[in-house]
Design a protein around this ligand. Structure first.
Ligand SMILES: *Cc1c(COP(=O)(O)O)cnc(C)c1O
Length: 434
């Protein structure tokens, strides 16, 4: 699952003590394990090896340059959703031919950057966007490659409404009926070559079935197009593979692959996969410090120096994250991470952040070892959609990021300062209205 474990009552990331890192760089701090990133990528690649797919890691899940570099060096492609993420891929020397770019609102400037940087595919979400990409490519004297994002009308009831993307009434992609007409109209465009299909049904998806249903629909569509003389060469089946928010919660890569690979193996299609959280989720933790303990009615509150401004998933998606102190009595070393822990001596605790909103809750009514002021607390499976969604709300500087590799630890993003937070406001300039 990951390289975070308790040894002699202390939490380690690989061979480094998490507390030693926090002593040196302060808290809150995101700590990532390079080994976990590498292991996840290697086993994901192995599970799907029979398809010889292009694996495009979703930068939006955890996009630090050092992480993009680490995965690029293993041959991993990148899934991007903005000009900023394309820029990140460039800065990290990613292989741009293995970059895919999705998003319903691509601006002209973003499209231009995608074309000039030589990305592999635009995942196209509408007719108007397709025409715009073609127009911009033509003006640059270039050819762009497009994959039509088809939304297969698949809905996994276990996926949070805010992260479901494959329903018919969604802003993403075009529905299957419209897809055929789309290929008829734009399939012969010379500046936006449309010979691929993209699916992304949302996340996290806790079983292979939704993928199977979506892929079957896409294969039917590809066959119908072929009968009309329109050839689809590439099928991108998106991301959404789960992370282990609780021990053993997510299916193994092999479980997904066993269901998906046979459907695609002998189709001759180039397959693209876009895993995000399943690679990055368990590769990171967010370490913070208990500032105060207080009683509110019958509840015991532990107030941290981090909260929804640094990790918004509990507030936004009611997401569960395992939380545990970084140093514990031997009897409290957790053998596994579960929503309800069953150990003698645990105390029901409401873990909250400092932000002036009640939604700033990290863990509700959670059974935890007794916490005191000054204790450090780790929030697990925080690698995905953690730092990338962090904000400066309440003028809070964002945390530092540290990458551990074996027995070394490197600061890969400095802690922001108050000066950083106000930097772009220091020199008001008159708007040139001429
Ligand atoms: C967010 C996203 C992904 C990755 O989702 P995960 O749940 O992190 O795997 C992949 N593809 C697209 C188009 C996305 O928007």
């Amino acid at each position: 699952m990951d390289a975070f474990k308790y040894e002699n009552s202390k939490l380690l990331c690989e061979e480094v003590s998490v507390d030693q890192i926090a002593d040196a760089v302060g808290s809150p701090v995101y700590i990532y394990s390079a080994k976990t990133f590498r292991d996840h990528f290697a086993s994901f690649q192995k599970a799907f090896a029979d398809l010889d797919p292009i694996i495009c890691y979703s930068i939006k899940s955890c996009g630090n340059l050092a992480i993009i570099k680490l995965l690029s060096e293993l041959g991993c492609g990148m899934d991007t959703v903005s000009g900023g993420e394309i820029y990140r891929a460039q800065q990290a020397d990613a292989d741009m031919s293995k970059v895919v770019y999705a998003g319903v609102g691509k601006t002209d400037a973003e499209i231009k950057l995608g074309i000039t940087s030589g990305i592999g595919w635009f995942n196209i979400e509408s007719e108007m966007e397709c025409e715009n990409i073609s127009r911009i490519a033509k003006s640059l004297g270039k050819v762009a490659h497009g994959a039509l994002r088809v939304n297969p009308d698949i809905y996994d009831p276990k996926t949070h409404d805010k992260t479901t993307t494959g329903k018919k009434e969604t802003k993403f992609g075009v529905d299957i009926e419209r897809a055929k007409q789309f290929f008829r109209t734009y399939g012969k465009d010379e500046h936006c070559v449309l010979d691929a299909i993209h699916l992304h049904i949302g996340s996290p998806i806790y079983s292979p079935e939704p993928y199977v249903m979506a892929i079957k629909k896409a294969l039917d569509l590809i066959a119908e197009l072929k009968a009309e003389g329109i050839e689809v060469k590439t099928l991108d089946i998106g991301g959404g593979y789960a992370a282990d928010y609780e021990s053993g919660k997510s299916p193994s890569y092999q479980t997904y692959a066993d269901a998906i690979v046979p459907l695609l193996k002998d189709t001759g299609l180039q397959v693209i996969l876009e895993p995000g959280r399943t690679i990055s989720g368990n590769a990171g933790i967010l370490v913070s410090e208990v500032q105060y303990i207080k009683q509110g009615g019958n509840k015991k509150f532990a107030i941290l120096n981090t909260g929804m401004h640094h990790m918004i998933r509990p507030a936004m998606y009611e997401a569960f994250h395992f939380v545990w102190p970084t140093q514990v009595d031997a009897k409290f070393e957790p053998a596994e991470r579960k929503e309800v822990m069953d150990m003698d001596g645990l105390v029901k605790t409401e873990v909250v952040g400092p932000i002036c909103e009640t939604s700033d809750t990290i863990a509700k009514d959670r059974m935890l070892p007794p916490l005191e002021r000054g204790d450090r607390v780790a929030m697990f499976t925080a690698g995905a959609y953690g730092m990338v969604m962090a904000s400066n709300y309440n003028a809070m500087p964002r945390p530092a990021e540290v990458l551990v590799d074996g027995d070394t630890a490197t600061v890969i993003r400095q802690r922001e300062t108050y000066a950083d937070v106000v930097a772009l406001e220091e020199s008001p300039m008159p708007v040139d209205l001429a």
